[in-house]
Write a protein that binds this ligand. Sequence first.
Ligand SMILES: *Cc1c(COP(=O)(O)O)cnc(C)c1O
Length: 388
Amino acid sequence: MSGAAFLPYGRQDIDAADIASVTEALQSDFLTTGPRVEAFEAAFASAVGAPHAVACANGTAGLHLAMLALGIGPGDWVIAPSVTFLATANCARFVGAEVVFADVDPDTGLMTPGALEEALQRAPGPVRAVLPVHLRGDSADLPGLSRIARSAGAVLVEDAPHALGSEVDFGDGPERIGSGRWSAAATFSFHPVKTIATGEGGMVVTADEALAARLRRLRSHGMERTAGADPWLYEMREPGFNYRLPDILCALGQSQLKRLPAFAARRRELAHRYASRLAPLAPHVRLAVTPPWSRPVLHLLTVLIDFQGLNRPRRQVVEALAADGIGSQVHYIPVHSQPYYVGRYGPLDLPGAAAWYRRCLSLPLFPAMADLDVDRVVLSLARALGLD
Ligand SMILES: *Cc1c(COP(=O)(O)O)cnc(C)c1O
């Protein structure tokens, strides 16, 4: 397919309105900590149905802030699914807590209530937080996980960078991911491959006002000002970080957020087209499974491929796609198998995570893709697998 543009597995979509919004910020009085931070936070909170939103430097900083604000630290254990990005587990280590890796369902890639119960039994100490990851944009069983977490004395912190715009319906009507109904907090990321982009950027949302106040303090050195006090006065009761998101990037976030409905609609259309084009490749190639309660805006279009049965190594398929100008990616290498975690906790056998990892491959999905790009990707994949 020479001549056609390279299709990465994901990419940002920046238009003239986005550029104008950033330009306006650059010409304003504030490059950071100005009015655009609160405006972006308010717009984001209303977009996901959250009472409070705290902007921060990136999604990883958001996870770190959530651990700090919840008071998690040495002696505590945190449960994270193994199929996720490194940061989900690492945030526990940032605060001196330890990680128990939960297995995932091999077809959804999500931590299930059963997997959580099994991980709780393996935890050598008190578990304070459970971090479900809404892999690809599909939601984990939040009511089920939250019930089990609560009875173990832990809270949920949703690592939700894949699920901006996603909804769930557990039988009592639709609810947006980030609403805070089942969790203490949820974190988002605005890395360029995510659903909206600010370059680097993140957001923590919560329904808990006191937690939101602590997140805000910790985001900026732990500094607190009291209304009516001397104008230069600030106090610090606990040290925080500089995890602020500058006005320049909040300006981009504001304009990107206005485009979220269009981005979501286009992602849904493209996912629908993938589903119909991929159907003839079953059972060797199947879309990752969406649970019945999930109404995703997919961040990743992940297929599960029987590489072994087809006798086609994944590397060969990735290289054949790349030769056709098509990017792909593996989401994710199970985090429990990373040398750092093997060194810390020893080897661990998580069969669901292993089965997911053996078969997964994410294909291009971003709003600027054309319908015919989907056809081109599926054709190239079928050829690479000998299924054409
Ligand atoms: C992107 C991502 C993060 C980290 O976000 P950054 O903004 O890159 O720091 C954490 N968890 C998951 C599941 C992610 O996809």
